[in-house]
Design a protein. Structure first.
Length: 325
């Protein structure tokens, strides 16, 4: 949201960005020219604000569902019910999702391709105003005599949770002499348990590790630029790693979003880890380490291309509004 808000401010476009509950509570939508709705993976797997979207359809207003990913195992059918709406533009954040949405709902308008907006996260960390915990984290990284790898775990893999955790455990044990490990949770909600599982792993390997708070994106980018690489269960941490110029091994879940992200960067075969495929995380990392310099060069080269793709839905909306003025 911060990315869109900063761009709309720059182009002097009026907007309202409430929480979903506040948006649903609005009694009159007629004063709004359009709806921009983040599809993410919620449109396929989680709760959807159907009443909000239908209210804009009833008024004949343009709707942009952006940043959307999909999967063959999707759990929601809502897109099928609105796919023929003439003023609907669907933006898929990867080519796999684009094809799956086209085949599944056969929308009236072609599904447009973009990249995740997180690629455009502002890089404006204020180093003069760091908190004590932020300063301690930076000091720990700077004092390291060996490279630091960021690790992120969650427990959203269902029957594959035990396998994924065993791979992380084996990886840390195998590489504890050559690297240090920063456990980096990315979702602070206690109901998701991500902070807890990262803390448990940190406690098991604390002699060679550090446990971070959930970080502000701008500071996180600053931190990531000091690291060797990332192994993450959260796709958006993988995006910020690429944004920072380092390779992330991303463990896939909820459809094709991780595969699709890495496909944008031409690194799907190198960095995607299938939790159901019984791969070895240690082998995957050793491949990354062996081709590390080449990957850094490739990421640097591809960065502007992917950023431009991430900008497409926003630039399209901005262009539409500027034509109205």
């Amino acid at each position: 949201m911060l990315t869109i808000e900063s761009l709309f401010d720059f182009y002097d476009i009026e907007y309202f960005s409430p929480t979903v509950k506040k948006a649903e509570a609005i009694e009159d939508y007629t004063k709004y020219d359009a709806l921009i709705y983040f599809g993410n993976d919620t449109i396929a797997y989680y709760g959807i604000s159907k009443s909000l979207i239908k209210s804009f359809i009833d008024l004949g207003k343009p709707i942009h569902i952006i940043n959307t990913s999909y999967g063959k195992d999707r759990k929601n059918n809502f897109l099928r019910s609105i796919g023929k709406y003439k003023s609907l533009t669907l933006w898929a954040r990867d080519t796999y999702s684009q094809s799956l949405i086209e085949d599944d709902i056969k929308p009236l308008n072609p599904v447009q391709l973009c990249a995740d907006l997180a690629h455009l996260c502002p890089d404006n960390c204020n180093l003069s105003n760091l908190s004590q915990s932020q300063s301690e984290l930076v000091q720990w990284i700077n004092s390291s005599t060996v490279p630091v790898v960021a690790l992120n775990l969650h427990e959203d893999f269902g029957e594959n949770n035990i396998y994924v955790q065993s791979q992380f455990e084996a990886f840390v044990k195998e590489h504890s002499n050559q690297f240090r490990f920063l456990f980096l949770p990315h979702d602070s909600r206690t109901t998701r348990g991500e902070v807890k599982i990262n803390q448990q792993f940190y406690e098991a390997f604390r002699s060679n590790s550090y446990l971070s708070d959930v970080l502000d994106p701008a500071f996180e980018i600053y931190v990531l630029r000091k690291l060797h690489s990332v192994i993450t269960c959260r796709m958006h941490l993988g995006i910020l790693a690429l944004r920072s110029g380092i390779p992330p091994i991303i463990i896939g879940y909820n459809g094709v979003k991780a595969k699709g992200l890495l496909d944008h960067w031409g690194l799907e075969n190198d960095l995607y880890f299938n939790p159901a495929g019984k791969e070895s995380l240690t082998d995957k990392f050793q491949y990354v380490n062996a081709h590390y310099s080449k990957m850094l060069t490739h990421i640097s080269f591809q960065s502007l291309i992917v950023s431009n793709l991430a900008m497409k839905p926003i630039s399209t909306v901005i262009e539409q509004f500027q034509k109205k003025k």
